[in-house]
Design a protein around this ligand. Structure first.
Ligand code: AMP
Ligand code: ZN
Length: 492
């Protein structure tokens, strides 16, 4: 079976196969590491994870590259506000992002590449564009891409960009959405500002340039598939195509995979609407990583997912049902042999699962096929009709399902524990659901650290916070006694 996916560039479902017959070369736009990732980001990274797992299931090896944008306007602004360099600012958020991917069961790409470690490749690309007449330096020292030099501009987003204005320019990161203007490749910076001394002047790369240079560095000038959220289609991906193809004269990526944005409670996610959630927010509310994963992947990538807490509760019970069924199957004492009905149920589920994934990664139908097997299998178990070979076939179907969905094995304790530790280290224990706290047992050193945090709060006359910490410790069965010679604690 071959995987077929909707290709934004061709506008149709195309087979996804490696051009070199060896491995599918794919590039996925990664995060800008200026803050913690939110569930919209993770929906996109999870769908890319589903894609790479599905490709492997269909026998296609993958070479997957993801960039880390560790220099841009927001990073520079946030780092300056914290009084540190960008090199000191970004590692914490990069690590948090990688930890979050791990919590969600996302496989690591074969190559992870940081923008700041590929400046020479970016400079070289600007030089090649200048040689081809597609880039120029403006009086402000910035380098721009000359849109007129690429008549195919707009071929990905199918935008009618009639009004391409020659010489009208748009800044590097904070671009205008619907304008077709010469876009910045490289931004000149003054000494003291973040920048690199290079052959094209002192400055820093634009975001579009970064992805073109790194994709070509690791995948070659022409490769199989490029992925990202739908917001990136224009102008980011359109600009990547313009830069890369103007420099090489070759088709940049053959297939473009775009993940639809998610809504939260029916609306666009935003901090001001109060419907903005990071992964950590949800873990601290007591939702399990596996349920968050299942909720974010069950709606196919081209469909709008409306994320709700009811959806998370549903995902939690779906996973329970699945795990209980697997446990029941393994534990059942069955007669040898097979039944017609049992074997047919297993092979039908298996085939429907594969067919659904092959058809544009239809995760909803793939999931439904396996849950139908759970229903039928449970009925057969209840009736004492299942035989050992039926069971083996059903377990094989579950294993195939889980090679892509990755929710069957219970790995939920570690992400939750890590989130609580993070909350504790960052003074956010008040955001932890009480039942989660109650379920954790602390080491002595952790208890001492909480008490130190409470002492500090008291010194700062933040008695509300101090009381909170005392109450949280009490919820864990730890009593604090304020004595003349300091604070002591004991187990209740
Ligand atoms: P950023 O770090 O903002 O560059 O985003 C990283 C990835 O997350 C990109 O592929 C975005 O398209 C994607 N993304 C951002 N917001 C959402 C959302 N609400 N739904 C789905 N994907 C998103
Ligand atoms: Zn990109």
């Amino acid at each position: 079976m071959t995987l077929r996916l909707f290709n934004t560039l061709s506008g149709q479902l195309d087979e996804v196969l490696p051009a070199d017959g060896v491995a599918l070369r794919m590039y996925a736009c990664g995060p800008t590491v200026y803050d913690y990732g939110h569930i919209g980001n993770f929906r996109t990274f999870l769908q890319v994870d589903m894609l790479r797992r599905a490709l492997r299931l269909f026998g296609v090896p993958v070479r997957h590259v993801m960039n880390i944008t560790d220099v841009d306007d927001k990073i520079i602004r946030n780092a300056a506000a914290s009084g540190v360099s960008i090199a000191d600012y970004t590692p914490r958020f990069e690590q948090a992002f990688l930890d979050d991917l791990k919590s969600l069961g996302v496989e690591m790409p074969e190559v992870l590449s940081r923008a700041t470690e590929h400046i020479p490749q970016m400079v070289r690309l600007v030089e090649r564009l200048a040689e081809a007449g597609a880039a120029y330096m403006a009086e402000d020292g910035n380098w721009y891409f000359r849109l007129k030099a690429f008549p195919e501009y707009g071929k990905l987003s199918k935008k009618d960009l009639e009004g391409i204005s020659d010489g009208a320019r748009v800044d590097v990161d904070e671009y205008e959405r619907d304008s077709a203007r010469d876009f910045a490749l490289w931004k000149a910076t003054k000494p003291g500002e973040t920048g690199w001394e290079t052959a094209i002047g002192r400055g820093r790369p634009g975001w579009h340039l970064e992805c073109s240079a790194m994709a070509m560095e690791y995948l070659g000038e022409s490769f199989d598939l490029h992925a990202g959220g739908e917001d990136l289609m224009f102008p980011h991906h359109e600009n990547e195509i313009a830069q890369s193809e103007s420099a090489t004269g070759k088709l940049f990526a053959r297939h473009w995979f775009h993940v639809r944005f998610l809504l939260v409670n029916g609306r666009k996610m935003s901090k001001s609407e109060g419907n903005f959630f990071t992964l950590r927010d949800l873990l601290l509310k007591g939702y399990k990583a596996s349920a968050i994963r299942l909720a974010l992947i069950s709606v196919p990538y081209r469909h709008q997912l409306n994320f709700t807490f009811d959806g998370l509760v549903e995902a939690t019970s779906a996973i329970d049902r699945l795990r209980t069924f697997a446990t029941r199957l393994r534990a059942a004492n069955l007669e040898t042999g097979a039944t017609v009905a049992g074997s047919a149920a297993a092979s039908r589920a298996h085939e429907e699962f594969l067919a659904a994934l092959a058809n544009d990664l239809n995760t909803a139908e793939a999931r439904a096929a396996i849950f139908e097997l759970v229903r039928e299998g449970n009925i057969a178990l209840d009736a004492g009709l299942l035989r050992a070979e039926d069971r083996d076939a059903m377990l094989r179907a579950l294993a195939t399902f889980d090679s892509v969905f990755a929710v069957l094995t219970d790995n939920d304790a570690a992400p939750t524990r890590a989130a609580i530790e993070w909350a504790s280290e960052n003074g956010k224990l008040d955001q932890v659901a009480p039942e989660l706290l109650a379920a954790q047992s602390l080491t002595d050193a952790e208890i001492d650290a909480r008490i130190e945090e409470r002492n500090l709060a008291r010194r700062q006359r933040n008695f509300r916070r101090a009381d909170q910490i005392r109450d949280e410790l009490a919820a864990l069965g730890i009593l604090i006694e304020d004595g003349r010679d300091g604070v002591r604690w004991k187990h209740k």
